[in-house]
Ligand binder design. Sequence first.
Ligand code: ADP
Length: 493
Amino acid sequence: MSKTKDTFSLQFDTTWQYDAAPESASHIRLQKGYDLFIDNKFVPPADGKYFNTVNPSTGKKIAEIARASQADVDLAVQSARKALGPWQALSGASRGKYLFRIARLIQEREREFSVIESMDGGKPIRESKTIDVPLASAHFFYYAGWADKLEYAFPGRNPKPVGVAAQIIPWNFPLLMAAWKIAPALATGNTVVLKPAETTPLTALKLAEIIRDAGLPAGVVNILTGAGDTGAMMVEHPDIDKIAFTGSTEVGKLIQKRLAGTHKKLTLELGGKGANIILEDAAIDQAVEGIINGIYFNQGHVCCAGSRLLVQESVADLVIRKLKDRMETLIVGDPLDKNTDIGAINSAAQLKSIKKYLKKGLAEGTELYQSSCELPSGSGYWCRPSLFTNVAQSNTIVQEEIFGPVLTLQTFRTLEEALEKANNTFYGLSAGVWTDKGSKIFKMTSGLKAGIVWANTYNRFDPTSPFGGYKESGIGREGGLHGLASYIKFEDR
Ligand code: ADP
């Protein structure tokens, strides 16, 4: 605590604060600029164009990043195509060894990856250190284990790789999304061209260093940086066999249209508007903590965030009071500080979009409560944890994905009403249920139209467990055995 006081005054002093506890960044070595990773070499972009990646907590440039044009996309796809035959010809056990090596190299560089993830994306170091980076290596470990067991994963079938996969990922879990996509593709004998999001390219480029150091055969993984136009060139490329996309529903729909009538296989992991539902018999403190975790940690930059809270009417007042109390204790600040709960919003554009929704919510006649916490000074992008009450199902803020630390609260009387409200959305990615009764968990989980439903917990991930959505939240599954199937075509015997 920053102010030293005697015990008595401390007990009654509600203004105390934690001292800063910054994670050291002194060991981080970043280059001024980064090139494209094609055929196991870093090569400058054909037309010499670069863009800046910015630290969202300062608004300052971190490095210059190559912008891939059509010639670079062609080169990367050619390299992946050339590598496909030799990579498929390797035994599953050999492919697995490379994946194990990548997993271990990520583990060895865990601190470096966590710090860079927080610098480039704005997420709290607590999250990048305990979730993003360990889960990324866990995915490589998990799929390494499958590489020589595909016959057992799909018994009686003859699983074959799809071919060259174009993988396009967003900015909310940059390294983890790269691992989700690359690991199952390689385990099943595919080769890859991956594009990270334009605001968070650094950890994917660091992963490229690991891939090179792991001695992966040239061309098996290529990493292209650039914006949406580079992604579109990958999607359109005639020599791509599979597209794996995670991002907005808007772009997902565009991609689906572009692929209509082609041979290309597609998986889409898109937006969400997850309902987190508290029943009256739930352990309320535990549930409130789960709600906080579901929407406020990581700035609400999670597609499966529990952005809609549904509370049974009899406990609504209690939940609202406890929720507001807990919101007041959340720390918005330096992503590299270990005490930070809510880091920086990923970009100026994202902050603008969140503010637009806050305004829209108020214009629709709802009530907005925001924590009174201090926001860091300077030119970073920050948003207070926000709670909308007095909302209607038809309000824009209840229907549309905000992708920020913004929660809407509705009440219900019966479980049927809760299900009706929870499912009344175009999305179907995630949901949560808080109750003391197993029978109610079964009723709710079987009635919820969501790809992932957590009971008495939220935002838990595991490489063995499939992830994906219904309706406009996507097509296909990633993770677990289902994640392998997305990269396989069956040639039945
Ligand atoms: P978000 O709103 O989360 O930024 P986007 O869908 O815009 O989500 O971006 C997710 C990823 O898709 C990023 O890597 C982005 O560069 C890429 N992207 C954007 N537009 C297109 C497009 N038209 N075709 C392919 N990829 C795209």
